[in-house]
Design a protein around this ligand. Structure first.
Ligand SMILES: Cc1ncc(COP(=O)(O)O)c(C=O)c1O
Length: 492
């Protein structure tokens, strides 16, 4: 009998790439180099927070040349980190992306190495229970009943889509999953103009079009005005839409405004509407002394909460929480027989893939779980309170000057402001152009990282205070920095 076909021997390239000793050496060298970079950033070195080159040149510089001689793994990795925007630098005052707790990054390393896809328990024997531990902690933190449950998704945008799909399945009045959308009248949600754009995207993905979101006016601090909800409901009806939910923001993206959840919850209860709270940014205030801002969160049917925002985790780690446990299966009611047994989904509650769009996903709970166990929940309370205190401190500094203007007093740690010294243009397109030029100069300079946003008719500078290592001296310097950047733009 002929010998069975052989697979041959393992190529040296494979043996080398998988060599545990090589991994050990590379790992130690990498951590040493990253720790040095971290020390420089947190020690507020004088290098820019952001050194942004021309995008075409950057692309050319990083293009991969298959003919080039090999570059050590650690050299490429440290170079990529060295050229990154440095979130750990105290002068990083930009997007709602935190400088991650360094220990949490080690959690992601373990996730990457184990690669436990975890749609099914068998592929994540530790990942699954750890995900539930994190979900349970988060659900309890926002005051949901002990039966509440959920799932982790790769980001708040996927989280909002997941929650809205569940809301549709629960409240449409027909089986949308089975019959499709034409099974009934066109649907809609009520929400303010300040909701994150992922809400409008989710509604359009569901096929509801532009009228799927019926706008509810905001008050002078950009919070949804609950008194305007009945008229919005009427408007939806006049458009032939059946409203099934209200989407509220607990920390709207632009200004960080918190919608009044208790009043919105009353309205939802009175009209049989699903309440979805996008707490991607601000649900974390529930674990702080500022929890009054999220009063009513516990009444939500679904909540999205990004741990990669106000829990200082590396991206991504989003909880989608459902008050009623069965709702966790409504977003994706599909059966995949090669994965799941095909019984009632809750008979396989341990197979988390039944609850998410994602099939493969990271062990994203691990980093948060490990940090909770290592540092205790108090670290996260301190993080939230520190960053909110920084928001208040920046706002107070701006308000105390005659040349800066605050768009609105911040609810938490997102501050919108503009520089209006004597000689600056009056509000309108000229002031917007002036503000945009300041922001362009700030980015080119790189000493601080700040943003801009459009609020109502005007353009404003915007800072999310996400770095707990920022101090008052940085805030003082920011104001002087903006003045210096714009000095030659002002005509006395
Ligand atoms: C309020 C709000 N919801 C949702 C999102 C989207 O989250 P992600 O970036 O994790 O997709 C953001 C992002 O900034 C946000 O501010």
């Amino acid at each position: 009998m002929a010998a069975p076909q052989s697979s041959g021997s393992i190529p040296p390239s494979i043996a080398d790439a998988y060599d545990p000793e090589r991994f050990r050496r590379d790992g130690h060298a990498l951590i040493d180099a990253l720790a040095d970079q971290l020390a420089a950033a947190t020690g507020r070195d004088e290098a820019p927070v952001l050194a942004l080159g021309d995008p075409t040149a950057a692309r050319a510089a990083w293009a991969f040349d298959p003919a080039a001689s090999p570059v050590a793994l650690v050299d490429t990795l440290t170079a990529a980190a060295a050229g990154a925007i440095r979130l750990h630098h105290p002068r990083y005052l930009g997007h709602q992306v935190p400088p991650p707790i360094p220990g949490a990054a080690l959690g992601d390393l373990v996730s990457a190495l184990c690669n436990n896809g975890m749609s099914v328990y068998e592929m994540g024997p530790t990942a699954m229970p750890i995900e539930f531990a994190v979900i349970d902690w988060m659900a309890q933190a926002v005051g949901l009943p002990s039966t509440a449950t959920g799932v982790l998704t790769s980001g708040g945008s996927v989280g909002n889509l997941t929650a809205l799909l569940a809301a549709r399945q629960a409240r449409a009045g027909w089986d949308v999953w089975g019959a499709g959308d034409p099974g009934g009248p066109p649907l809609a949600v009520l929400c303010s103009s300040q909701v994150h754009y992922s809400i409008a995207r989710a509604l359009r993905i569901m096929g509801w079009g532009a009228d799927g979101a019926i706008a509810v006016p905001v008050d002078d601090r950009f919070r949804l005005d609950p008194a305007a909800l009945p008229a919005a409901l009427e408007r939806a009806r006049a458009l032939g839409r059946r409203v099934i939910a209200v989407v509220a923001s607990a920390g709207a993206t632009a200004t960080g405004a918190f919608d009044p959840l208790l009043a919105i919850g009353d309205f939802c209860a009175a009209h049989g509407l699903w309440l979805h709270v996008d707490g991607a940014h601000g649900a974390a205030l529930a674990i702080s002394k500022h929890r009054a801002l999220v009063d009513g969160l516990a009444r939500a049917d679904s909540i999205v909460w990004d741990a990669h925002k106000m829990l200082a985790m590396p991206a991504l780690c989003t909880a989608v929480l459902f008050r009623e446990p069965g709702r966790a299966y409504e977003a994706f009611a599909q059966e995949a027989s090669y994965l799941f047994e095909g019984a009632r989904p809750d008979a396989e509650w341990w197979n988390l893939g039944l609850r998410t769009l994602e099939c493969t996903k990271r062990m994203m709970a691990l980093k948060l779980y490990a940090c909770l166990r290592a540092y205790g929940p108090g670290l996260f309370t301190d993080y939230v309170e520190r960053t909110v205190a920084l928001g208040a401190a920046l706002a107070a500094r701006l308000a105390a000057t005659d040349d800066f203007e605050l768009a609105t007093p911040p609810d938490a740690n997102i501050v919108c402001y503009r520089w209006r010294p004597r000689g600056a243009p009056a509000p309108g397109p000229a002031l917007d152009a002036f503000t945009a030029q300041l922001r362009r100069r700030a980015v080119a300079d790189g000493r601080f990282y700040i943003l801009q946003t459009r609020l109502g008719a005007g353009l404003w500078l915007r800072s999310a205070l996400m770095n707990p290592l920022t101090e008052d001296r940085d805030l003082d310097e920011l104001l002087d920095h903006v003045r210096a950047l714009g000095a030659d733009l002002v005509t006395e």
